[in-house]
Design a binder for this molecule. Structure first.
Ligand code: ATR
Length: 275
């Protein structure tokens, strides 16, 4: 265990529910590994209390906050400064300090991009990326891809209105259909389809016949690590990447904001696999 003292610094995740969060294991393993005098806790905070939690950061001297459902929009509105990702998305998953200023960031999209580079050696520079889904996770990826070199971002969603809202994020984003997947270099499942315990654990987010060998198929679902989509994509000769990398890399970006140190990715991956 970390030897907690009078000068131990505090980071925490707020959410409801939050007890299932793997973030404490990920961050505490990283703090221990680097010998940092920090501790990371999970704090259940009920709906409507996100801004109060930001005020509590100031009052209690908490140095880092991760933010999950249902507080991402409230916290985005309550911080002193917002990164471009938060300005675009209206959703904040990480708060850090710049002196006395509380800065809100959204690390999901950059985490996803870093996981592509680290795990698949894939650069979005000039690429066409197709994102299936238009919820919060999808929007984070769409925004980060559009601002980090992707030539085109295609959004495919079950409900067209959601895709149209997502397409408004950036000029390089457009609404697309499954038949447009042929033009993509990378396809991302950013829906909950395929998630164990979710509403559609055995389904695919789009028909498998649209997967081709030139595709990199990425899934943000990390439980199971090999989703039905990834199994099918592999069988069709496509390269694949699972969702654990995004989970760990979005945490790593937050960790770096808080501590100013490079995150120990392998230690964090190992912690999440064991949790
Ligand atoms: P999150 O914030 O975690 O990304 P969300 O906002 O609930 O989650 O978004 C879920 C996404 O998964 C949406 O794009 C949703 O499609 P709709 O906009 O049509 O609801 C998509 N989704 C969920 N279940 C799906 C299913 N069975 N088939 C296709 N898409 C699904």
């Amino acid at each position: 265990m970390i030897d907690i003292s009078g000068i131990t610094r505090i980071a925490a995740v707020i959410g409801d529910p939050v007890r299932h969060s793997r973030s404490p294991q990920i961050h505490n393993a990283a703090f221990r590994h680097l010998g940092l005098d920090w501790v990371y806790l999970a704090l259940p905070v009920s709906a409507g209390r996100g801004a109060a939690a930001v005020a509590a950061m100031r009052t209690l001297g908490i140095d880092g906050l991760s933010v999950t459902m249902p507080h991402k929009a409230d916290v985005a509105a309550a911080v002193d400064r917002r990164t471009p990702a938060v300005e675009a998305l209206g959703a904040c998953n990480c708060v850090y300090r710049d002196g006395d200023v509380l800065v809100g960031d959204n690390t999901d999209g950059l985490g996803f991009i870093r996981s592509l580079e680290a795990e698949a050696g894939f650069s979005l520079d000039g690429a066409t990326i197709a994102v299936v889904g238009a919820g919060g996770a999808a929007r984070s990826i769409i925004d980060a891809a559009a601002r980090n070199g992707a030539a085109r971002v295609l959004v495919i969603n079950r409900t067209p209105a959601g895709a149209e809202r997502a397409a408004a994020i950036h000029p390089s984003v457009s609404v697309a259909e499954v038949t447009d997947l042929a033009a993509a270099d990378i396809i991302v499942n950013a829906t909950s389809v395929g998630m164990a315990g979710g509403p559609a654990p055995d389904q695919l987010p789009f028909p498998a016949e649209f997967i081709q060998p030139h595709h990199l198929v990425a899934d943000i679902v990390y439980q199971p690590e090999r989703t039905p989509l990834l199994v099918e994509a592999e069988a069709r000769g496509a390269a694949t990447i699972g969702g654990l990398g995004m989970l760990v890399h979005q945490a790593a970006v937050a960790f770096e904001h808080w501590t100013g140190q490079p995150a120990p990715i392998e230690v964090m991956l190992d912690a999440v696999r064991r949790s």
